[in-house]
Structures are given as C-alpha cells and as structure tokens.
Unconditional design. Structure first.
Length: 369
C-alpha cells in the first residue's frame, strides 16, 4: 500500500472492515460487553417513561450543544434555552441557531431511519442539509477540500489531512461504507463495533464540504436505533467526545496514519459506555423531579387531570402557549396554572420582550450538570 501523505488526497483509504484480529482481542470484547450492557439498561429505562419524546427534546438538545462545541460553536445554556422558548418561525441567530439546526437534523434523521430501516445516502444528505441549512450535497470531485489545524503563528494553515478526491471516488467509498453498515450477512460484526468503524470511515471520506463531524455523530446515534440498540435518539455521545476531544482526534489520526484501529475502537466503546451511564442518571433525575412535581400539585389540589405534567419538562423555559391542549384551551388558563406553580416555588418567571415566560430551575440544573 502507498505510504500515507497528509498533503495528498487519501484515495487509498481501505474499505471496511479492518483485519479481524484488530478488534476481536480480549480487551475489545470486554469493553464491548460493558458498553452493550449499559446501552441495554438505558433502552430499558427509557421504555418505562410515560412520554419518551420529552427526552428527545431535552437530552438531544444537550447532544446538539456538545456536538456543536466540538466544532467550536459555543453558546450558554441560558441563551440556548431562551431560544427554545420561541416558536420555530421566530428569528434566531448565532450559535443557538446552529445548535437547534443540529437537533432538528437528529430528529428528522431519526424519523427517516425508523421508516427506511437502513442508512442510505439520501438520509445522510438530508441530515447534512438540515445541519448546515444548505441545498449542497456530496462535494464535487474538483473541490480541493483539506483539513487544517486550528491555531496561530506557525500552526496556521498546516494541513493535517486531505480526504479522498477525484471523479466518482467519494461516491464509491460512500457506497462501500453503506454496504458495510446495512449488509449484516456479508459483514456479521457486532453493531457497536460497526458503528465505531463506520464513524472513522465517514470522517475519513469527508463527503461534504463542511459539517461532516456533526453529521457523523448524528449517524452514530441513528445507527444504534437502526440496529434496535435504542428506541429513541437519547444517547448523549458528544459529551464524552467533547471532554476527551484531543484523544478523539489523536485516535482518528492513528487509524489514518498507521491503521491503529484498536485504540480507536476502545475509545468509541468507552464513549458509548460512559454516555449511556450519564444519560441513565439524567433520566432517573428528571423522572424523580416529575414525580416530585406531581406530588406537590396533588398536595395543593391543583387539577392534575387537566395539566399535562410532561409538557413542563420538554424544555426549561415555558411559554403559556406550550401548555395548550384539548384540556387547556386558552392562554389565560395556562398562565393561571403556571402562576400557581410559581407560587409553590416550582417555577420562576421573567419578562422576555413583551411577554412573560416561566423557568423550570431544577430541570435546568439537571440538564446543565
């Protein structure tokens, strides 16, 4: 095989899978066992929730924030949750807008994966377009895309990787990757190992001009759903990657430069294991807070039959219109219930623009940990 040169297009990127011996040793198997067990526990816990969709909105938002932070797109929790309190057609800008686009891409990708039961190029392109809010697709063969190190002085413009390039090259490598993911008869490999391998391969192919990191991390979560390891996209994978960002890029580069697959696979399995535990803790704490809220409302003779308690936990900032339903049909009634909860110390209120919104402080604390 031709020696790897980071300044030349990596057209010799090998197809998956790597040699069996690289990922079936005892250390990998042990790590895989723990990750699979933690993921199964998370799936089981989530299935007991009265309304799992609220965790798509809350946990997925944390995933979106962390994944964007990996790409140096930063916003505060307060700014982000304030943005969520507005309707979709309200004007958003800056990092909060980027993060909400990521969350929408995650949700739309989830709906496609559930419907199609496979990962296709069209699904991947749709996710990318939602992340970037672009009509662009697979980068054209003449686009001279290179990955450069961020920095100052002597580090500026230093090339760290040049992805594959050439007429039909990216398309061929993407077709090979999709066959690896979807054909379990030809590639009978544990889905978590497949996910780890495929994530490297996707980032190495780098099929889009920009947004490959965020798109690739969404695909990791959706592939676990495709393989029924999760029912909903509630695994907060980017939190681990953000906290261990240097190792993430180090291990990616290790596979590219010297085919060091084992450290990369161990890293990704640890990411699954730890973030599953993290998400389990979040769900347990939010469930406990929901029960505490229900108990306090009952003690104070609030109308539990009319109040949809999970709606109070879809996001930390609550507008009266968020509570509207068949049982609560007017803004004034919604304001009345929110004011009662505020009087019980369960919510706080502040004026944003021309209206008041209510803030679930304890939920914010759980999500911000």
């Amino acid at each position: 095989m031709q020696a790897y040169d980071r300044n030349l297009p990596y057209n010799q990127l090998p197809p998956l899978p790597p040699a069996t011996i690289l990922y079936q040793d005892k250390e990998v198997v042990d790590k895989l066992t723990v990750a699979s067990r933690n993921l199964a526990e998370l799936k089981g816990l989530a299935s007991t929730l009265p309304n799992q969709s609220i965790f798509v909105k809350t946990i997925a938002l944390r995933e979106a924030k962390a994944s964007s932070a990996i790409e140096n797109i930063f916003t505060t929790d307060d700014e982000l949750y304030r943005s969520l309190s507005y309707q979709e057609d309200d004007y958003l800008e800056g990092p909060a807008k980027e993060i909400l686009h990521y969350r929408e891409a995650l949700w739309k990708g989830y709906q496609r994966i559930v419907a199609d039961k496979s990962t296709t190029q069209d699904v991947i392109i749709d996710i990318y377009r939602e992340v970037k809010r672009s009509k662009d697709g697979i980068r054209p063969y003449q686009a001279e895309v290179v990955i450069k190190k961020r920095g100052w002085g002597s580090l500026v413009a230093e090339t760290v990787y040049t992805p594959p390039r050439g007429k039909g090259v990216v398309e061929k490598k993407m077709a090979e990757l999709l066959e690896f993911l979807n054909d379990d008869d030809k590639y009978p490999i544990d889905p978590l190992l497949k996910m780890a391998m495929a994530h490297y391969q996707f980032e190495a192919i780098h099929p889009f001009r920009d947004g490959n990191g965020r798109t690739g991390r969404i695909l990791c979560i959706l592939y676990m759903i495709q393989k029924q390891l999760l029912d909903l996209p509630i695994l907060y994978l980017s939190a681990y990657i953000l906290q261990n960002k240097d190792y993430y890029y180090q291990h990616l580069n290790g596979v590219t430069g010297t085919q060091l697959w084992k450290p990369w696979i161990l890293y990704m399995l640890e990411a699954v294991s730890q973030t599953a535990e993290y998400t389990i803790d979040k769900i347990q704490r939010i469930k406990a807070l929901m029960e505490k809220t229900r108990s306090i409302m009952q003690e104070n003779k609030m109308p539990l039959a009319r109040m949809d308690i999970p709606k109070l936990f879809e996001q930390p900032y609550i507008r009266p219109r968020n509570l509207l339903s068949e049982k609560i049909k007017s803004i004034n009634t919604a304001k009345k219930y929110l004011t009662e909860l505020e009087s019980l110390g369960m919510l706080s209120k502040e004026k944003v623009g021309k209206e008041y919104i209510w803030f679930n402080t304890e939920l914010m604390g759980i999500l911000s940990d």
